[in-house]
Design a protein around this ligand. Structure first.
Ligand code: NAX
Length: 328
């Protein structure tokens, strides 16, 4: 039998954690042949709730789940970690300014990055889900100088999946017939879902839609504001769909993208498409042999250029803010 892979999940007692852990333990994250050891990190007040979730995980008798450890100490939770899902974060509460939010999260993601640096396994791969995801990922990455920067990623797969679904509805095809969609920039309301390189049932998606006004006034805002629409309808933020996207992100990272297709992920910029080097921004990416690669050479039209630049500018501003706060 294979040695279990250590999967660390922070914020394990939260609502995404509750939707995520069972899917990881069932084998959907790493595949049906990979045993898993779950390492749950929570704040002290939520350890008891995490223990309750662990009892339910036990009660599923998952054949691939070889154990569950729960801790409120990052150096314990990330010890030997192979896959880190950083879900727990400080949400924005009433009266909080952006600087306060960045600072509160810097206090979480800085130390977690350091704990990953000092304790994780050599092959560690990190996905940041907790918002502001891109900048939290940047903070963690900067605190882990011994880990290759490319191992730190931020989640825009939920945005990607939302865009797939909206485009499939509009064009009347199955989501499986859509390829090469891209989310650019920040996981925020400025994100840009790009259909100009996408294909719908083998046809160029922008031509299949043939309605620039729908793209600008319906598609882009629907995808970008979907999180708020879910809160409005459900009375709580996206949880199962966010967990699903996290599973998709890691599964793709480890198992690769299909030939001729790509996905979207927040990865460290190499300067491609005018995105300043070092920012963690969403790009079109392929995955092969356990590595993401930014798809190169796409032509960016005027419609896309302004929107990509605006979202990237927001990331630059966030990076400036956390630099000025001394968080990176
Ligand atoms: P919850 O508030 O339900 O759960 C968060 C959990 O994190 C809590 O149990 C809390 O105790 C824990 N936590 C807080 N600080 C921690 C720390 N320092 N170490 C370990 N655990 C800690 O939030 P939930 O709905 O699960 O959402 C989690 C995060 O995902 C939020 O930041 C949210 O904004 C973000 N999201 C990101 C998405 C994305 O696409 N990137 C989409 C969904 C979601 O909104």
């Amino acid at each position: 039998t294979r040695t279990p892979v250590n999967v660390t999940v922070t914020g394990a007692a939260g609502q995404i954690g509750y939707a995520l852990l069972f899917r990881i333990a069932s084998g959907q994250l790493l595949g049906p042949d990979t045993p898993i050891r779950l390492r749950l990190l929570e704040i002290p007040q939520a350890v008891k709730a995490a223990e309750g979730t662990a009892m339910e995980l036990d009660d599923c008798a998952f054949p691939l789940l070889s154990g569950i450890d729960i801790s409120d100490d990052a150096s314990v939770a990330f010890d030997g970690c192979n896959v880190a899902l950083l879900v727990g974060a400080r949400p924005r509460t009433k009266g909080m300014e952006r600087g306060d939010l960045l600072e509160a999260n810097g206090g979480i993601f800085g130390p977690q990055g350091k704990a990953i640096n000092d304790h994780a396994a050599d092959d560690v791969r990190v996905l940041v889900v907790g918002n502001p995801a891109n900048t939290n990922a940047l903070i963690a990455q900067r605190h882990a100088p011994d880990v290759p920067a490319e191992r730190f990623t931020a989640m825009t797969r939920l945005d990607h999946n939302r865009a797939l679904s909206q485009l499939a509805k509009k064009t009347g095809v199955a989501v499986s017939e859509i390829r090469r969609l891209t989310i650019w920039g920040n996981h925020s309301a400025t994100q840009y879902p790009d259909v100009f390189h996408a294909e719908v049932a083998g046809k160029n998606a922008a031509e299949a839609v043939n309605d620039e006004q729908w793209l600008a006034d319906t598609f882009i805002p629907t995808v970008a504001k979907r999180g708020a629409a879910i809160i409005e309808a459900r009375g709580a933020s996206s949880a199962a769909s966010a967990a699903n996207a996290a599973v998709d992100h890691v599964h793709t990272w480890v198992h690769g993208t299909a030939e001729g297709d790509w996905t979207s992920a927040g990865v460290v910029s190499d300067g491609s498409y005018g995105v300043p080097e070092g920012l963690i921004s969403s790009f079109p990416v392929t995955a092969k042999d356990g590595r993401f690669e930014i798809v190169q050479g796409l032509e960016i039209n005027e419609f896309s250029r302004g929107r990509i630049d605006a979202s990237v500018q927001e990331l630059v501003d966030e990076r400036t803010a956390v630099t000025e706060l001394g968080l990176i």
